[in-house]
Design a protein around this ligand. Structure first.
Ligand SMILES: [Zn+2]
Length: 143
């Protein structure tokens, strides 16, 4: 944090119950709304807006982290498809929405924001277990 009011810069410190893993270039946290089971946010540690603002080595390392996390989510949740969303219109700090999707989900095959949905909140224990599952699976993937 450097005195800005960017919520993504603060997310790792504020959402401590949703922390999954600190990686080299990014933080991985579980999204509080679990309407889409396994929905995670992968947030760059540095406040940057566009991929092309990153040094090449950082960008390449970051993309490897995105890919490893997607593989972990795929192993944990067995979705029909992983969605990778990097928009930044609301919060211009590079962060991926990594979302396991199923053909049976009510919004399929549209984007997750195509219509509103009722938020799904888990118990503290359920959040803890889901974060642990993803963390342990991620640790088993070479990278
Ligand atoms: Zn930021």
């Amino acid at each position: 944090m450097t005195g800005t009011t960017c919520p993504m810069c603060e997310r790792w410190e504020t959402d401590t119950d949703l922390r999954i893993a600190e990686l080299t270039y990014s933080w991985l946290i579980l999204n509080r709304d679990q309407f889409f089971p396994g929905y995670c946010l992968l947030i760059t540690k540095k406040h940057q807006t566009e991929l092309f603002h990153l040094d090449t080595a950082v960008r390449q390392g970051l993309m490897e982290e995105v890919s490893r996390v997607a593989q972990a989510l795929s192993l944990c949740f067995r979705p029909d498809k992983l969605n990778y969303e990097l928009l930044g219109n609301m919060v211009p700090h590079i962060h991926w929405h990594l979302v396991p999707r199923y053909r049976t989900d009510p919004l399929w095959p549209r984007p997750i924001w195509s219509e509103p949905h009722q938020e799904v909140q888990l118990s503290a224990e359920e959040y803890r277990q889901r974060c642990n599952l993803i963390r342990q699976t991620l640790a088993g993937i070479a990278g």
